[in-house]
Ligand binder design. Sequence first.
Ligand SMILES: NC(=O)c1ccc[n+]([C@@H]2O[C@H](COP(=O)([O-])OP(=O)(O)OC[C@H]3O[C@@H](n4cnc5c(N)ncnc54)[C@H](O)[C@@H]3O)[C@@H](O)[C@H]2O)c1
Length: 305
Amino acid sequence: MGLLDGRVAIVTGAGRGIGRGEALELAREGARVVVNELDADAGQAVVDEIAAAGGEAVLDAGDCSEDDTARALVARAVDTWGRLDALVNNAGILRDRTVAKMSVAEWDAVVKVHLRGHFLPTHHACAYWKDVGTGGRIVCTASSSGLLGNFGQANYGAAKAGIAAFSTIVAMEMARYGVRCNAIAPAARTRMTESAYGAFKDLSADDQEESFDFWHPDNVAPLVAYLCSDAAGTISGKVFGVQGDSVELYQPFTSVAVIQNHDTRFTPEGIAARAHELFDASGISPEVENMMAKLRFTMTERAEL
Ligand SMILES: NC(=O)c1ccc[n+]([C@@H]2O[C@H](COP(=O)([O-])OP(=O)(O)OC[C@H]3O[C@@H](n4cnc5c(N)ncnc54)[C@H](O)[C@@H]3O)[C@@H](O)[C@H]2O)c1
């Protein structure tokens, strides 16, 4: 018995890295999986791996940020297995550059894959769930780069912060249809981050206890399988950090201090005289901060790109 027996799930960008681990874990828990991947060979390898382990999967190769591909993903699940229960929006790319040097192409490529690549599959899945009334699960993939900001990632961070907001709003809109939507901010050593974490080390079941590979991408998948299952119950509209052996819960942006001007509009000078109260009351530094460096589990610092 698995947490996802009888369920059907889509994972975008499932040919390698975190998405591959998610597709394999969902299948291990009993789900049948539509593997979406831009690189058809990488996607087919994951489908074969799932089949070799006794699971069921089909490949739907293509760019999930294109409407035809996104629509086809949902149709493929329904045509093949008669239902769709979960969507894991995972596909992503990087084009890191500081903002003064960033090209329009670098901005557009990242925003398209992440934001449109989340919106379109979610749009088609939600239209399906609204229609059939079965409820469903969505897991979106944000990033600490978006929640906190990361040097050299204005395009990526803006898209990832947008994904966290998108996920929260989808959760609100789809609650009445029994759809739960949550976002994860993972951290793992993949093609995307290999320069940050060094040489890849395989995690074999045998030596797992002696030498736990903290940054292995497969460490992200158990949380995703849980969030796709009934066991996650009513959890929705939340953002989880996940890496290694740990799962964290993020607090949403929250107002922590206020100044008010006795029912009259502030003047700029009036704000200038009192702005310090906001920082004094909250303990927040007025200067730019590297919030990523303050994370419990953090990547290496970056200063040139
Ligand atoms: N690795 C990390 O530490 C980390 C941290 C925060 C967020 N993330 C996010 O996790 C997700 C997975 O990243 P990863 O580290 O596994 O990267 P990865 O490069 O190893 O895997 C991403 C996969 O997505 C595929 N892909 C890219 N664009 C696509 C598209 N338009 N349509 C379909 N497939 C597409 C790629 O071909 C690749 O196989 C991304 O959204 C990434 O931003 C990763």
